[in-house]
Design a protein around this ligand. Structure first.
Ligand code: PLP
Length: 286
């Protein structure tokens, strides 16, 4: 089936979808993005991602190129045209096309690219049943990781290193050896007291929409959440560990570098959290 993309007001086959070589997203990573999970043809956490998108754009002084209502129509239409039941929608907005110059152009209009794809939720569930391995990598990203920009080269390099070592995610750590977040997700451990620890949003990390929901769910389940930095050493002796992201949901971590977490299988608490997260996301998807 030929997949359909949306580029600046036009739906077209992905093979024909393109942006200018002078697009500032391409030239300077001057662009932001969002990812929604699709459950049964419906968008999970619609508003959370929209609000963060608007914030990212505002921080970079890129105007929001379409209204919320128009954007929602396009997101839904793309799900329909691509016949997505379970999957994800990716949206990128750049500052637009302009002759290459570091100064922000005065008359550019934002470029909007949206794609959608199916995701095998059964395979994802199997991955979660086994849990993933992470390696620890020094966080050498820029100081504005709270903005969801497409400038992800350090994340790609770190994740590539993980892959070379048979892992699929990284725990970034700062100069003090404290974990900030993961390569494309937020990072958590559960200590021996059964408390969830995760870095506070005051650090240089992305305010994950899944993180926000996860904290709510943990509270509903009576599991304490403490937003404080934890060290790589603490992670290695944690009772359980996990990461969260829109497409990974709640993904158990069973190994940090060479240290096996718990008995090497996803623990009880993270398993409960994943089930509760999926149930809630399904119910609230629009
Ligand atoms: N942190 C980073 C660096 C990410 O790239 C992502 C997701 O892409 C997240 C955290 C999780 O954010 P969300 O839960 O909104 O998908």
């Amino acid at each position: 089936m030929s997949r359909i993309a949306y580029v600046d007001g036009v739906y077209l086959p992905r093979s024909q979808a393109a942006v200018s070589i002078e697009d500032r997203g391409f030239q300077f990573a001057d662009a932001v993005y969002e990812v929604w999970s699709v459950f049964g043809g419906r968008l999970a956490d619609l508003d959370g991602h929209l609000v963060r998108l608007q914030r990212s754009l505002r921080e970079l002084a890129i105007p929001m190129p379409m209204t919320r209502a128009s954007l929602l129509i396009v997101l839904k239409e793309l799900i329909r045209r691509n016949k997505i039941y379970n999957g994800m929608v990716y949206l990128q907005i750049s500052r637009g096309v302009a002759a290459r110059d570091h100064f922000f152009p005065e008359n550019s209009f934002p470029t909007v690219v949206i794609t959608a794809k199916s995701v095998d939720f059964v395979a994802a569930a199997k991955k979660a049943e086994a849990g993933i391995k992470v390696i620890t990598v020094e966080d050498n990203r820029w100081g504005r990781c709270d903005i969801k920009t497409v400038g992800l080269l350090p994340n790609c390099m770190a994740k590539e290193k993980a892959k070379e070592q048979g892992a699929s995610e990284v725990f970034f750590f700062d100069r003090d050896g404290m974990v900030t977040e993961a390569g494309s997700s937020n990072a958590y451990i559960i200590n021996q007291k059964g408390e969830i620890l995760t870095r506070s949003l005051e650090a240089n990390i992305l305010a994950g929409i899944t993180r926000f929901n996860l904290i709510d769910i943990a509270k509903e389940l009576g599991i304490p959440v403490i937003e404080r930095a934890f060290s790589v050493d603490e992670a290695k002796v944690a009772r359980e560990a996990f990461v969260t992201a829109a497409t990974a949901f709640v993904m158990p971590v069973v190994q940090v570098d060479n240290c096996v977490i718990g008995n090497g299988k996803p623990g009880d608490i993270v398993t409960r959290l994943r089930a509760a997260y999926i149930e809630k996301a399904l119910k609230s998807a629009i």
